[in-house]
Each structure stands twice: as structure tokens, then as C-alpha cells.
Design a binder for this molecule. Structure first.
Ligand code: MN
Length: 283
């Protein structure tokens, strides 16, 4: 990914925006950031880390939690990772002159290769922020262009609802009056939430649900190798006592009564270590 466009558009002796050049930290989950930008026109800047840069889209109306509301997202130049920490005023007369506020940030994930999905024109992803959560889609529309247009919309999941980005501006730094006057002030709203409420999930009886599936029957765990379920980031601890948490680890599964552990490990990783697990890990 190239930051040449980003550099070309800016004079770093006149703007406080970060100059590219710092390498990306290794072994960390990819980040996302959404900034509210009162430039010549008010818009949200939606950025997802892919490799060493932030893929960026300008979303005039901001993300919506309503899956039927598809928001135009214009692809713009990649930004350096440091941009995620930028907040403040870009001087008048400079590129993007006006106020930038951080709307939300966190980590994001997708199943499979993000660059492949972006090349195909449909990225399915999950956001783990304070204001933006759950599954989302970015779908490229129309013809190839210098600034391709995409549609950003919410996945139909437990987080889906009626909230708009403009409903979530509590605790977001407001722009100076001059910027608001020039760029517009967005949707008038009565909801001013700092975070999105956690959806209520009913406790599920998984055994009952599994047995209700067509052709299912109760049985012991299979004897052969199998792929264990991988850990996923959650928003709240589950109810009941039948759960454990995982800080960071390798998912393995073994099947008794065989003493030789059969391990299926997460993703492409294969367990090549000793087959003697600590007692606590073999229960
Ligand atoms: Mn912008």
C-alpha cells in the first residue's frame, strides 16, 4: 500500500497531521478509526488498518445501525497508522482544512484475506469500538474510478437498530463554530449516546438447540481429528458457569480415551509441540 498520495496532498510544515514513515507494530490486531471531519463539507472518515496503512473512505452521513440504510463511502487515499491518533484543526487553505475529531476507534477483524475481499469489492468485517460494534459490509458500487464509490452498511446482527452516527456524538469534541457554520452540523438528534447499549441476548440451551436440528442425535465426541472452535472477541461475559475465558492461546482439542492427544489447531497453525499437556490443560 502506498502513502505517496497522502504525502503529495499535504505540506507537513503547515499541518499537524502525522508524516508517514513509522513502521507498523508487529503482532497486534488491526485497528480502525472513525473521525468526524468538518472540512468544506462535514463528513465522517472511516479508516481500517490493512497491513501498514489505513484504508480510508469519506462517508458524508456516517455509519448507520440500520441494515437497510446504505451509506455512500468514497474511497480516498491511504493514511498512515499514526493518523488514528490525530485530532485537531487542519489550517484553512490546506488540504482538508477544518476540524477533525475522533469519533470512535478500536480493533476490527474479518474472516479471510482483507485485501482479497477489497479487490473483489465486498469486505465483510466486525468492529470492536465504543460506538461502532458488530458486523458491517463495504460493497463497491459502480464503475472503476479514481475515487471508487462504496456502500457502507450494517450487518443484520444483534447490534442492528435505528441509531445513526449523529446520535452518538456525546463526548466527541465539537468543532469550532466557524467550522460548523461552513461545513454543516449534521442530523438534529435527541439521542446523544457515548456508547451503544449492549443488546439483550437470551440464554441459549445449546444442547436443546443442537438436538432440534434435522437428523441430529446425542453422541460422544468424535474419535478422529477435528477442528476446534476458535475464540472470538466478545462484548460481554456469557451467563452461567459453563464458560472459561482465554487471554491468548492456541486452540487444541483432544479426544479421550486415547492417551495420544489429537490436536487440531487454529487456522493454518499446526501443533508441533509435545503431546504431554499440563494437567489443567487436559481436563
Ligand atoms: Mn476527511
Amino acid at each position: 500500500m502506498s502513502l505517496l498520495d497522502y504525502r503529495r496532498k499535504r505540506s507537513f510544515d503547515r499541518t499537524r497531521e502525522p508524516e508517514p514513515g513509522k513502521p507498523a507494530p508487529r503482532g497486534q490486531r488491526p485497528i480502525f478509526v472513525v473521525q468526524l471531519h468538518h472540512a468544506s463539507r462535514r463528513h465522517y472518515d472511516f479508516r481500517l488498518q490493512v497491513g501498514d496503512a489505513l484504508k480510508s473512505w469519506a462517508v458524508p452521513k456516517g455509519p448507520s445501525y440500520d441494515p437497510s440504510v446504505k451509506r455512500m463511502a468514497v474511497e480516498v487515499e491511504d493514511h498512515p497508522l499514526d493518523y488514528a491518533g490525530f485530532e485537531g484543526e487542519i489550517p484553512k487553505g490546506e488540504y482538508g482544512g477544518g476540524h477533525v475529531a475522533r469519533f470512535d476507534h478500536g480493533v476490527w477483524s474479518t474472516t479471510g484475506d482483507p485485501e482479497e475481499q477489497l479487490a473483489k469489492g465486498h469486505l465483510r468485517f466486525e468492529l470492536f469500538g465504543d460506538r461502532l460494534k458488530g458486523g458491517w459490509h463495504l460493497v463497491r458500487s459502480g464503475k472503476p474510478a479514481r475515487q471508487p464509490q462504496w456502500l457502507l452498511f450494517k450487518d443484520k446482527d444483534a447490534w442492528a437498530g435505528t441509531l445513526e452516527a449523529d446520535d452518538l456524538l456525546a463526548e466527541v469534541t465539537p468543532p469550532p463554530a466557524e467550522d460548523r457554520k461552513r461545513a454543516g452540523s449534521g442530523k438534529a438528534t435527541r439521542k446523544r449516546l457515548a456508547t451503544v447499549p449492549v443488546p439483550r441476548t437470551r440464554r441459549k440451551d445449546w444442547k436443546k438447540r443442537a438436538l432440534a436440528l434435522d437428523g441430529s442425535r446425542a453422541a460422544d465426541a468424535p474419535d478422529g481429528p477435528f477442528q476446534p472452535q476458535l475464540a472470538r472477541l466478545g462484548q460481554a461475559a456469557p451467563e452461567g458457569e459453563q464458560w472459561l475465558h482465554e487471554i491468548k492461546g492456541m486452540a487444541t482439542a483432544s479426544s479421550p480415551p486415547s492417551r495420544r492427544a489429537r490436536c487440531g489447531c487454529g487456522r493454518e497453525t499446526r501443533w508441533s509441540g509435545p503431546t504431554a499437556f499440563p494437567r489443567s490443560a487436559t481436563r
